[in-house]
Design a protein. Structure first.
Length: 385
């Protein structure tokens, strides 16, 4: 009898038709990369992976962060023999805490003489007969759920205590790439996480307004990129100097239009970098109505500067729900550190909430847009996590 790791992947992967093999291979590669340095043997068995390794605990911790995985289970590999199954399931019930239990059997091996109902009933009977103390069967809402799976060569047994929830989503890298505008706030790291979860490769750009935004504000963004990288592969963070652009806008444009013009520059630069590095979309942490610049008109006016899809995965989410995800993925504590952001240092007293394209474009005629962008990109810094 051996301990193995059973990896179940998200049902969406089964729906991929002819592409299913590609998704499965990618998932396998992504798991392999996460387990770098750990000796592990993979067994692919119709719709799931079994992993053999001596470092089970560490492996489960790492695998549960791989997108595309539904559950990671620590299972006992058992000979296909009803007496052995009874014994192992019984031990599992004893180990767990609870007053009620249920045995669920899945028999993929149709040659085994008992059907799944018969197996469950037999094991259940054995547990009831041999358990010292109070225990009952509850098929609706059991405290202890024991899974028994009978496959071609072996059977597997595990309880609900042996299951670690996976990160769900789709395998990273299967759905194109995006340039995420990453600020030090709560929202944009969550936006990046959600894009990555759907299989989109994430790269980040941060606009830094030295000396108005400090080195510590920059470090905070680096830390956020590093946390995101735990869920992705390596992440490139492009740190683009933004002060000269902001100064020029303040100098030449109307005060109530500063924010929206600044946002248009952010969009242009993100697209330009995306083009330079072969990235096919951009993403932001905007949510409709959250602040003055995130109105429908504001978003339309920023999108005017995009030459590729601009995704906003948080668009219809409430702040409290965004914060819950931030806590879950471990970015929240870093995001709330109180360092300034370039958007908060030059805020107009009454920013326009319903900007229109023509007047904004007119304002921008006073700026040498290409030159400003060119200079910023020339002076950017790239950090990889
Ligand atoms: P966040 O919590 O992500 O900072 P926010 O609610 O503070 O968002 P804004 O400051 O209006 O909202 O920014 C909206 C979006 O614009 C951010 O989610 C981010 O994608 C992008 N953004 C803002 N400031 C920067 C910056 N300095 N560098 C890169 N992207 C930025
Ligand atoms: Mg912000």
């Amino acid at each position: 009898m051996k301990d193995l790791i059973l990896v179940k992947y998200a049902p969406e992967i089964f729906l991929k038709g002819l592409n299913r093999g590609k998704f499965e291979r990618r998932l396998r590669d992504n798991i392999g990369k996460k387990l770098e340095g750990i000796k592990v043997e993979f067994i692919h068995d119709s719709g799931r992976y079994f992993l053999k390794t001596d470092e089970i605990e560490e492996s489960i911790k790492r695998i549960s962060k791989v997108f595309g995985i539904l559950e990671v289970c620590l299972v006992k590999e058992v000979e296909i023999d009803i007496h052995e199954l009874e014994q192992v399931a019984f031990e599992k019930v004893k180990e767990a805490e609870g007053k009620t239990f249920k045995i669920v059997t899945n028999r993929a091996n149709k040659k085994f003489e008992l059907n799944s109902m018969e197996v469950s009933r037999k094991i259940g009977g054995y547990v009831l007969q041999n358990y010292e103390g109070d225990i009952n069967v509850d098929v609706k809402n059991p405290d202890i759920l024991i899974n028994v799976e009978i496959r071609n060569n072996y059977a597997y047994v595990w309880s609900n205590d042996d299951i670690t929830k996976g990160a769900a989503g789709l395998p990273y890298g299967m759905n194109g790439s995006t340039m995420l505008m990453l600020s030090g706030g709560i929202d944009s790291p969550v936006a990046g996480y959600l894009m990555a979860k759907r299989g989109v490769e994430v790269n980040c750009v941060y606009y830094h307004s030295h000396p108005y935004t400090s080195e510590r504000a920059k470090d905070k963004v680096k830390e956020l990129a590093k946390i995101l990288a735990q869920y992705t592969e390596k992440i490139n963070l492009y740190i683009v100097p933004f002060t000269d652009i902001q100064m020029e806008i303040i100098d030449k444009c109307r005060e109530d239009e500063l924010t929206i013009i600044m946002r248009r520059f952010m969009m242009r630069i993100a697209c330009k970098l995306a083009d330079k590095y072969g990235i096919n979309s951009v993403s932001t942490g905007e949510s409709i109505g959250q602040v003055a610049s995130q109105t429908m008109d504001g978003l339309i006016v920023s999108d005017d500067c995009a030459d590729r899809p601009a995704f906003r995965p948080l668009i219809a989410m409430d702040k409290t729900d965004i914060m819950d995800i931030a806590r879950k993925i471990g970015t929240y504590e870093t995001s709330i550190l109180p360092y300034e952001d370039c958007c908060t240092i030059f805020v107009p007293k009454h920013p326009k909430t319903n900007p229109k394209l023509d007047p904004i474009r007119k304002q921008e005629e006073k700026l040498d847009i290409d030159e400003l962008i060119q200079k910023s990109i020339e002076n950017m810094e790239v950090v990889t996590f």
